[in-house]
Write a new protein. Structure first.
Lengths: 132, 263
């Protein structure tokens, strides 16, 4: 959903503390080839409708992935995770065409592959659009 | 026949849409019976007695400040007998308390709905969105009403009379539909075929049957009943007379009309 993507990028650009640690940027689905670490991508992996007689709620699952190549302890990527959560968990997004209801963290998975630290964070975003 | 699509439905209190509602349920009327135990009879005999109105339950999102929900809560506190709660099965057709429920003595008495569970019944969870529900009990019955351009339900409520003076066959029936001038519980109108009644309902005879056709085929003359008013709701009693060519005596045994399609 283009509106959600636009809102997340805008949020990233608006939160200086996050940009200061996630210096490689935050991208929709795919980062450009050769993007410098640390960086993040997000992807809309599920969007389901919930209807009332007067409106529709869009129930979205957005998956964030953040990567850091700083070897050794995970202190660096833990700090990035903290800033991602501070910026997005319970935040208020401005989403075109929709009434924003909530963005809430649902799950976190930590991983290390070939020396690259990775956090996978799932957020649930609920939006509403009036049908009346 | 058409199927009703759920997302097009809604719930109205009068003309106020109760927003955020996602589901309604009406249990329907039930017939009470009185059991009888007869000597030398193997089975219990059930005698039909009264009809009991059903229960309405509604669930949906709890929208703070919604005027429709406030009206329901107010009706609960006041014990109001609601006659204008409309449960839409699609965009045009809805159930509403029958304003002219017929009692055994033939008089009309409005059905109504009483809110039995306030929409202050709210459920919230930290990861969810607040939900509410309310319930109501029907006294009488709900009837299905259609849009002003759709088929109306019309039924014969009285015997068809034979009248030698000005009308050979009189059909006593009622028609429900959109009307804007109804202020009381019922409006009784009397008309002959081709006449307009109080500017509300026009009854036109579109099929003239001869006496022999009536006798031989036991056919009903066809009426069209039209209304040129588009708002509100009413059920109207009407009496439509059919002029005969020639007839003597009371030699017609005649059935009434069952349905009328609005033109």
């Amino acid at each position: 959903m283009q509106q959600v993507s636009k809102a997340i990028i805008a949020r990233y650009n608006a939160v200086a503390a996050l940009k200061a640690v996630l210096t490689g940027g935050l991208y929709d689905t795919e980062a450009p080839q050769g993007t410098a670490y640390p960086y993040g991508v997000f992807q809309l992996i599920s969007q389901t409708d919930e209807h009332t007689f007067s409106d529709v709620k869009e129930n979205c699952i957005v998956q964030f992935k953040i990567y850091s190549n700083i070897s050794g302890s995970s202190v660096a990527i833990d700090l990035i995770l903290k800033q991602v959560l501070a910026a997005f968990n319970y935040c208020t997004l401005t989403v075109d065409d929709y009434t924003f209801l909530k963005m809430q963290k649902e799950n976190i998975i930590k991983n290390k592959i070939d020396g690259i630290w990775e956090y996978l964070i799932l957020f649930r975003i609920i939006l509403a659009v009036d049908r009346t | 026949m058409t199927r009703s699509i759920g997302y097009k439905g809604k719930i109205l209190k009068g003309t106020t849409n109760i927003l955020g509602m996602a589901e309604w349920n009406y249990s329907g009327e039930t017939r009470n019976t009185e059991p009888s135990n007869l000597f030398n009879y193997q089975y219990m005999i059930q005698t039909p007695t009264t009809i009991e109105g059903g229960e309405i339950s509604v669930t949906g999102d709890f929208l703070i400040g919604d005027p429709g929900l406030a009206l329901i809560e107010e009706a609960f506190h006041l014990g109001t007998e609601l006659t204008d709660l409309k449960l839409y099965v699609d965009a045009d057709n809805y159930f509403i308390p029958d304003p002219n429920t017929i009692l055994f003595d033939g008089t009309a008495q409005p059905s109504h709905v009483i809110i039995t569970k306030s929409p202050t019944a709210v459920k919230q969870a930290a990861s969810g969105i607040a939900r509410t529900e309310f319930s109501a009990k029907v006294s009488g019955r709900l009837i299905l009403q259609g849009a002003d351009t759709s088929t109306l339900i019309c039924e014969t409520v009285g015997a068809c009379d034979f009248d030698n003076s000005d009308s050979d066959i009189t059909v006593i029936g009622r028609v429900g539909g959109y009307q804007s001038l109804v202020t009381g519980s019922s409006l009784h109108v009397v008309a002959q075929a081709g006449k307009t009644v109080n500017g509300l309902v026009t009854i036109a005879l579109s099929e003239v049957l001869t006496v022999s056709e009536l006798l031989a085929e036991n056919k009903s003359p066809v009426f069209s009943i039209t209304s040129d008013l588009n708002e509100g709701y009413g059920t109207y009693f009407f009496r439509a007379g059919v002029k005969r060519v020639s007839m003597t005596g009371s030699d017609i045994v005649y059935g009434g009309i069952q349905t009328v399609v609005m033109q």
